[in-house]
Design a protein around this ligand. Structure first.
Ligand code: 8DG
Ligand code: MN
Ligand code: MN
Length: 381
């Protein structure tokens, strides 16, 4: 009798919104490689390829153990020829040539550096690279006129490219809660984005603000911003007003994916408790004479996104701003292809019944979509 080695064959549903993706990942080598290719595609304005790599990585994220051989992947969804080739290279040779050469390529490095500037997207970066601009030094010397966001992005480049900790997010949350309570008592502030999904760090901090009495939230953002500015808490902000009602949406005109909430993209000045102690401690200041201003100044810049939603749309906004981005995309794809519905951060429209479906919680929305409820901590696709 010959004992066959046991090969675990995995089975995974095709849409990420049907799966429970925690932050635990048994296949980080593979998913890091695929995510890098996804990022490179996105930075090169090849969104289709980017999504394909993101979907492949997301499938590997839910596998209960590390992949040992290609045969285990038989029948798994979303693993295209290209992704399978990358996985095979890594399983067989420990690394993928394509991934390693992408990492080292001048174009990828330049795209990373330039899009690291807040306010600079893939298109702008590509234009600059065509002009021979590959780094911040060359950008500064080029004499390009930068918009206000990009100027702030360049000024706070190092801070913004350093990830935000959970502790820092909590301090920012207190600042935002204080601001909101001061200008509109009874308004609610919810931490969304990656931190709501349980991540310990992020590239920014996201908040959703609402008031249980519909209409009270109107005009809230400028007041919150003024309060924050008066406290010297803001280094940059750009507020966009709500344009949902004046948009061409409404019954028969299903909502688009881009949401139209009143929002504020900002850079906060965060006085860190540790830094403050260091600055007040004269001994440390003397010892730290070699340190640059950057390290001894008592604050750091942190990217913060604020969104205001009317109470009636709150569940949709909360679901839409919790992410992950792939999870959101998959929810909308599921709604459209499987349910003939249109989901946005404002509403859910049923094309067959020709009506909007109400929801007062995220659970309601999953139920309308015929999906099992997935809590935020399991939306890390
Ligand atoms: P990170 O910051 O820790 O890196 O991760 P994240 O919190 O998941 O990413 P994010 O870029 O801050 O995005 C958080 C959520 O916000 C994500 O689900 C997508 C959503 N979001 C935007 N912009 C827009 C937008 O314009 N409309 C809608 N509906 N959602 C948006 O980031
Ligand atoms: Mn975020
Ligand atoms: Mn954000």
């Amino acid at each position: 009798l010959v004992n066959k080695p046991e090969v675990v064959v995995f089975s995974v549903p095709s849409y990420a919104c049907q799966r429970r993706t925690t932050l635990e990942n048994q296949n980080t080598t593979l998913t890091d490689a695929l995510s890098l290719l996804a990022e490179n595609a996105e930075l090169s304005n090849e969104d289709g390829r980017g999504v394909a790599f993101r979907r492949a990585a997301a499938v590997l994220k839910v596998l209960p153990s590390a992949v040992q051989s290609m045969s285990q992947l038989t029948g798994l969804p979303c693993l295209g020829e290209h992704s399978l080739r990358v996985i095979k290279d890594i399983l067989e040779n420990g690394a993928s040539n394509e991934v390693e050469s992408t990492k080292k390529s001048e174009k990828y490095k330049a795209l990373k550096v330039l899009t690291g500037i807040f306010g600079v997207g893939a298109k702008t970066a590509a234009r600059w690279i065509r002009e021979g601009i590959h780094n911040l030094c060359q950008l500064r010397e080029s004499g390009h006129t930068l918009n206000r966001a990009q100027q702030a992005g360049l000024e706070h480049y190092d801070d913004i490219n350093q990830s935000v900790t959970k502790t820092e997010a909590e301090v920012i949350q207190e600042m935002v809660e204080k601001a909101v309570a001061s200008v509109l008592p009874g308004a609610q502030v919810v931490l969304t984005g990656g931190f709501r999904r349980g991540k310990m760090s992020g590239h920014d901090v996201d908040f959703l603000i609402t008031h249980p009495e519909e209409g009270r939230e109107v005009g809230l953002m400028p007041k919150v911003v003024s309060w924050l500015e008066a406290q010297d808490f803001l280094l940059y902000q750009k507020t966009t007003r709500n344009s949902y009602l004046e948009s061409k949406e409404g019954p028969g005109r299903p909502p688009s994916n881009m949401d139209r909430f009143e929002r504020c993209l900002s850079i906060f000045k965060l006085h860190s408790v540790e830094n403050q102690a260091a600055v007040q401690d004269v001994t440390k200041r003397v010892e730290g004479e070699q340190r640059s201003d950057e390290q001894t100044r008592p604050w750091r810049a942190v990217r913060v996104d604020l969104v205001v939603s009317p109470f009636s749309q709150f569940a949709f906004a909360l679901l839409g701003w919790t992410g992950s981005k792939l999870f959101e995309r998959e929810l909308r794809r599921w709604a459209g292809y499987e349910k003939a519905m249109c989901l946005s951060s404002h509403a859910l429209y049923d094309n067959k019944q020709r009506k909007y479906l109400r929801a007062s919680s995220e659970e309601d929305i999953f139920a309308h979509l015929g999906l099992e409820y997935i809590p935020p901590s399991e939306r890390n696709a």
